[in-house]
Design a protein around this ligand. Sequence first.
Ligand code: MLT
Length: 411
Amino acid sequence: MARINDNYLKLKAGYLFPEIGRRVKEFTNANPDAQVIRLGIGDVTRPLAPAVLKALHDGVDDLGRGDTFHGYGPEQGYEWLIDTIIDKSYKPLGVDLQKSEVFISDGSKCDCANILDIFDLSNKVAICDPVYPVYNDTNVMVGRTGEADDKGYYEGIVYLPCTEENNFTPDLPSEKVDIIYLCYPNNPTGTVASREELKKWVDYARANDAVIFYDAAYEAFITEDDIPHSIYEIEGAKECAIEFRSFSKTAGFTGVRCALTVVPEAVTATTAKGEKVALNKLWNRRQCTKFNGVSYPVQRAAQAVYSDEGWKQTREIIDYYMENARIIREGLSAAGITCYGGVNSPYIWLKTPEGMSSWDFFDKLLKECHVVGTPGSGFGPSGEGYFRLSAFGDRENIETAVSRIKEKWGK
Ligand code: MLT
């Protein structure tokens, strides 16, 4: 008889967002007239920028003509997209990358998971708590952990608590780790890391031969000066960090699918015999074997994000979401609810009123205000007592949600 991967049975609960969807469906089935406002999963709601949409259409048209038809593209992505990303997104930060260091993919979620293919199970992994659940769950799935304890911490993973007390910036681990996941601007807390903070991690990684997985999916939402947009702005990071970026939130591609992963040539790890190997080569080998690239029209659309017109329009959409974030943050703060994030990130991380548990608040908010958010404890035990609201909504809905919450809990 075929055998399953038993590690999947270690997973404590269903994946967070489907579980939220299930509860919301149950509620809307029972209350079909309720005007439910969804600020749970961070999913974009604004249409694609017109210049991006045009490029997508043009890309499709190209496929319909013999002279512009494209079959399989390079597994790593088309050079014209990679060149554009390097020029428009990294060079202005003072970061020089080679073409071979950038890999186009269909999503950061998949890349954050798939990157584990090239690492041995013996690596000690450090993960922030609370955290984007993909980092934790994929390590469980590949078999890097034991069972979870009562709180939900898996044996074998080093958790780095991010709480109000440490300003949501984790301390260095007390035991030596080999892989560190960092996400800034942070999902779920919406907070950012300063240059000094990131330097601390780069220095740690270099001193301990560790690799940093840096998830920068929300970098386009940074509004304050002098907050790093890329880990490679930190000296030495090109020797120890892999960076994930995405068009999902930046350009409304959650349904279109395009992302990129940077694996600098200088990042290495060792074989069982202790010989150093460049991770770039292994990731390239992995992608060539398991991935056939992102579709041609989608890559054309991604390239158009960086055209003058495309970027102006894309920025306007980002600004729209960030105005939503301001409305949520300021509205709820004025009502006496403690809020974090929402300045350099589309997420607002709030303390549940009256000390309610995260899921109790979720249920109450859904039943009494018809507003959906994400319970902080769904991101890890240190998220208990917190709640995440997403600013990816239509303005009217955002304003209505804020006034419903204020009416119920405002002081
Ligand atoms: C979130 O809500 O945390 C994100 O939308 C999930 C994702 O990007 O996969």
